[in-house]
Design a protein around this ligand. Structure first.
Ligand code: FE2
Length: 279
């Protein structure tokens, strides 16, 4: 049967993507060079892990969905997922290759298991995935992916407990996916930041470090923090950290932490942590 070989949690921000393009063309600024360097270990791990498929739990930022109908949880099931234009034009990257087989399998298991997923057979993907992916994968992008979009924009958003359990149920669903494929699960959400309102620009590096420290073995302690408290401490968009719980939930208690990095280039804490399952 298919097997989850590991996973990682990673920040995303629009600037992370734009700075990548700039960095390749004319060299990284010192603050983004740090993030580029800090992600080299993740890229090397991903090459070693050699997944056949990836599940990416992320969030859209009003670039595909809009407030006319905003799904709480949506799964992409299509042969490809195009890049969303976020207002500055398309970046020089192809569409993501979609994993229709795994997408339908997860849909079947998770909907029957109680998750009312919106199934998207067309889905434009924004910086939630496109900002960090180029740091970790060279072109061409050949590993098929199943994107799962979680509402982090319109409150109420799904609870941390719900998202943690969702990861555990993804793991159960993989247990019945035929074949011998190696699967990596990713959870991506911004760390502390706030991009609107009177508290624009607040962030909390202490909170980000605490989160990275506790995620592997003291997940329950983090999950128990009310999302309002995460937002009070780390800014409104720090709530996106809850998405990382789905990645953690999809992995076992036996995982080893193989890489961790954190820096604060601007506005948003940028962190990554990689867990590997025993062979
Ligand atoms: Fe985000």
């Amino acid at each position: 049967m298919a097997r989850i070989v590991g996973g990682f949690g990673i920040s995303h921000t629009p600037s992370m993507g734009l700075e990548y393009d700039k960095g390749l063309a004319q060299g990284f600024s010192p603050r983004w060079q740090k993030w580029y360097d800090g992600t080299r270990g993740v890229k090397a791990w991903l090459e070693r892990a050699a997944p056949d498929r990836m599940i990416i739990v992320y969030n859209d930022h009003l670039n595909h969905f809009d407030f006319s109908a905003y799904p709480t949880m949506a799964i992409g099931v299509a042969p490809e997922f195009r890049q969303a234009d976020e207002g500055w034009g398309l970046r020089p990257f192809p569409s993501l290759v979609g994993d229709v087989d795994l997408g339908w399998h997860l849909t079947e298991k998770l909907v029957r298991g109680g998750y009312d997923l919106t199934v998207c057979q067309d889905l434009a993907v924004d910086h939630g995935i496109y900002s960090w992916l180029p740091y970790l994968m060279d072109l061409p992008w050949t590993i098929p992916v199943v994107p799962v979009a979680i509402n982090m924009v319109r409150h109420p958003i799904p609870t941390s407990e719900r998202l943690h359990q969702f990861g555990k149920d993804i793991r159960r669903a993989i247990d019945s996916f035929p074949g011998e494929d190696r699967i990596v699960v990713v959870g991506t959400g911004g760390m502390s930041h706030q991009i609107s309102g009177a508290r624009f620009g607040i962030a909390n590096e202490t909170l980000d470090h605490y989160f990275l420290e506790k995620l592997k073995d003291e997940t329950e302690e983090l999950v128990a923090i009310p999302q309002e408290e995460l937002m009070r401490l780390g800014g409104t968009e720090a709530a996106e950290l809850a998405i990382w719980f789905s990645m953690r939930g999809a992995l076992s208690d036996k995982v080893k932490e193989v890489h961790r990095y954190y820096t604060f280039p601007a506005i948003t804490g940028c962190g990554v942590v990689v867990y590997e399952e025993p062979a």
